[in-house]
Every structure is written in C-alpha cells, then in structure tokens.
Write a protein that binds this ligand. Structure first.
Ligand code: AP5
Ligand code: MG
Length: 192
C-alpha cells in the first residue's frame, strides 16, 4: 500500500505514520526527519535549507525532492511506503508523479488528519522542538493553509483522500485510520 499521511503541524503525522507503517509493513518516510538529518550532517542540501526550516518556511520544492528521491525510490521499488509530510505542495505532488508515475507507484491514498488550530498549538508548545516557538508555529500554520491545503483539495477531487478526526487519543485515531482505509479500499474494489 502507498499512503501519504498529511495534516497541519502537530496533527499527529509522525505519530500515526509510524503506527500505520508498522501495520502495513512498509517503510515510514518522514520528510521533516530527513530535513533535520541533512541539517545535522552539514551536507550542502542541509546548509541550504537550515534557515527556511528554522523560520517555519517550506524548503524549496526542488531541494526537498532531491532530499527525498533516494529513500522514496528505494521504498517504492520494494512495493510500498507511508509518507509523512511529503508531498506538501501541488508542485511537489507533480514532481513525485514524474519521479514514480511511469512505474505506477505513486500515492494511492491520502490520510488527512484534521485537528483544530488551538489544539495544534498546545501540542507543539508542549513538545518544544527547535521550530516550536509561538511565532514560528503561527507561520507554519499559515504556510500549511496557503500551500498544503490546495494540494489536499486536489487529492480529494480524485477520491484519493480520507478525512480523519485527529483529536482523539493516539489509539483512537489509529483505529479510525485503519477502519476508514479499509472502507475506502472496499469502495475502490466495488468501483473497479
Ligand atoms: P515536519 O517535521 O514535517 O513538521 P510539521 O509538518 O510542522 O509537523 P510536526 O512534525 O511538527 O507534527 P506532526 O504532524 O508530525 O505531529 P506529531 O506526530 O509529531 O517539517 C519540519 C520542517 O521541515 C518544515 O517546516 C519545513 O521547513 C521542512 N519540510 C518538511 N517537509 C517538507 C516538504 N515536503 N516541503 C518543504 N519543506 C518541508 O505530534 C505532535 C505532538 O503531538 C507530539 O508531541 C505528539 O506526541 C503529540 N500527539 C500526537 N498525536 C496526539 C494525539 N492524538 N493526542 C495528543 N497528543 C498527540
Ligand atoms: Mg512530524
């Protein structure tokens, strides 16, 4: 299965993508983790994206695609993945299709975790990652609204998105994802 877990900062992408990848027995690919690894390792890509990540801006589309490419191609060739945080713009979704399109290994389903902004902010402030200061959180939320929501609308238009209430406990959200994914798979089978 090839899934993207999407949602605003703090929606639980990392938490839920890890559980889902375990359940589906496929790799969990977290774009934010790869960005932080490249910054920590001091590679040229890492140096180029450090300031954008610290401000809460997206790193440029071509750079994030370069960072993700090897991991993504390796996972896709083995048959599946749970992506967490990539793609998050329409341009990135197109670039990913170009990368994988001819092999038929592009995203089958987007799991969109929805959580109200007040709850997101509470979660992130409590976590306290380097980019979890109040002003940077506000900026990350604004970037999500302007750049990622249009991409989610696009997937929804092709019936490739399930919307999940991300406000319950971790276990409740995880169970809702599995249940709604199974329903979606059944609908897809009946339609084909
Ligand atoms: P990234 O690391 O992906 O950050 P983000 O999208 O802001 O999301 P977070 O990782 O903060 O939250 P999450 O949704 O994973 O939630 P989590 O499970 O951790 O990206 C960081 C930066 O990298 C970006 O700003 C950008 O600069 C760059 N970048 C990454 N991808 C990019 C791309 N594609 N293009 C361009 N730039 C990119 O949960 C959050 C907290 O809530 C945790 O403490 C968790 O324990 C808690 N929690 C989780 N679930 C629950 C629950 N159900 N109830 C209560 N608490 C919960
Ligand atoms: Mg995350």
């Amino acid at each position: 299965m090839r899934v993207l877990v999407a949602g605003a900062p703090g929606a639980g992408k990392g938490t839920q993508a890890a559980l889902l990848a375990y359940e589906l027995d496929v790799p969990h690919i977290a774009s934010g983790d790869l960005v932080r690894e490249s910054i920590a390792s001091g590679t040229p890509a890492g140096v180029a994206v450090r300031d954008a990540a610290a401000r809460g801006d997206l790193v440029p589309d071509d750079v994030i695609v370069d960072i993700l490419r090897p991991t993504l191609l390796a996972a896709a060739s083995r048959g599946g993945y749970v992506l967490d945080g990539f793609p998050r713009t329409l341009k990135q979704a197109e670039a990913m299709d170009e990368l994988l399109g001819t092999s038929g290994l592009s995203i089958e389903l987007v799991v969109h975790l929805h959580v109200p902004e007040a709850t997101l902010t509470q979660r992130l402030v409590a976590r306290g990652r380097e980019d979890d200061g109040a002003a940077v959180i506000d900026h990350r939320l604004a970037v999500y609204r302007s750049q990622t929501v249009p991409m989610l609308d696009w997937f929804a238009r092709f019936q490739k998105l399930v919307l999940i209430d991300g406000t319950g406990t971790v276990d409740a959200v995880s169970a809702a994802i599995i249940r709604d994914m199974q329903e979606w798979l059944l609908r897809r089978r009946l339609a084909s």
